[in-house]
Design a protein around this ligand. Structure first.
Ligand code: SF4
Ligand code: SF4
Length: 290
């Protein structure tokens, strides 16, 4: 097997050792909540948890899909936890979150794909911490997308995020269970149902995509009226996962960001360690102040 490419210097992260980190971890365990920070082996966990920023992953820690880039475990998930919505809201309150990002595994096994759990979480948050802004990062809900979006949009999250992850040519290998145009349509329909909800999507780089393919995805996103874009370097979580084809340089990320802004995105975050939820609250707060 050819050797893996060495990580460049710009992918550097601090080991998670702070008090904030331990407290965040203890809180999540006490409330029986999973986080994408841990399950996806996010490189920013030291920084984010020190500041008590965590992204809760609802509907359990086991996914019905197996995307080639993702560290979340695949299998038959457990029954939905009825306490999860209130526990999520309690976590937001205890962490003092001004902005919370909620994501989930894919639950193709559930009749509504898990949409009603998203609604319950939003309702619990509105009751418990009314001033917290809510960003949800949902799966594509496969053939249940229309009814799922309708339900979730009616609960009025502030930001609706769904990641396209990569360019359409790489879907069969990287996101085999998903369809590029279905994901785009999902985001477009959020905006059609309620134009006051901000829509957001993200891409990973380093999977073999070409620059012009990325520009085309940006155009597709803008045609679907997507407001915010995040872009970050893909990192291979284990040798079983898709390999890194290339490390995108910080300069190349800046060039992508400049092009994205010129194409009309309201918020753009693009850097090696950018993730969907990285600094999401700070960026959103700045936009609201502007
Ligand atoms: Fe968690 Fe997002 Fe921070 Fe990663 S970037 S540690 S997923 S909040
Ligand atoms: Fe990971 Fe989401 Fe794919 Fe499941 S659907 S394997 S959680 S990226």
């Amino acid at each position: 097997r050819p050797p893996r490419i060495r990580k460049p210097d710009w992918i550097r992260v601090k080991a998670p050792t702070s008090v904030g980190f331990s407290e965040t971890k203890a809180l999540m365990r006490r409330l029986n909540l999973a986080t994408v920070c841990e399950e996806a082996a996010c490189p920013n966990i030291g920084e984010c948890w020190t500041k008590k920023h965590a992204t809760v992953m609802i509907l359990g820690d086991t996914c019905t899909r197996a995307c080639a880039f993702c560290n979340v475990k695949t299998g038959m998930p457990r029954a939905v936890d009825p306490f999860e919505p209130q526990h999520t809201a309690d976590a937001a309150a205890e962490l003092g979150l001004e902005h919370i990002v909620i994501t989930s595994v894919d639950r193709d096994d559930l009749p509504d794909g898990g949409a009603s759990q998203f609604v319950k979480v939003i309702e619990a948050l509105r009751r418990t911490t009314p001033s917290t802004t809510i960003e949800i990062l949902t799966p594509d809900f496969r053939n249940k997308a229309e009814s799922a979006v309708e339900k979730i949009v009616a609960a009025r999250p502030d930001v609706y995020n769904h990641n396209l992850e990569t360019v359409p040519r790489l879907y069969p290998t990287i996101r085999p269970g998903a369809r590029y145009y279905a994901s785009l349509r999902l985001l477009e329909s959020v905006k059609k149902h309620d134009p006051s909800i901000f829509t957001k999507s993200g891409l990973m780089t380093g999977l073999g995509e070409q620059r012009l393919e990325v520009h085309q995805v940006m155009d597709d996103m803008r045609s679907a009226d997507i407001d915010f874009l995040t872009m970050g370097q893909y990192l291979q979580p284990t040798p079983r996962h898709a390999k890194v084809e290339e490390f995108t340089t910080p300069q190349a990320f800046s060039a992508y960001a400049a092009i994205a802004r010129a194409k009309g995105f309201l918020l753009v975050a693009a850097s090696p360690l950018t993730r969907s939820s990285y600094h999401a609250g700070d960026d959103f707060a700045k936009l609201r102040e502007a």
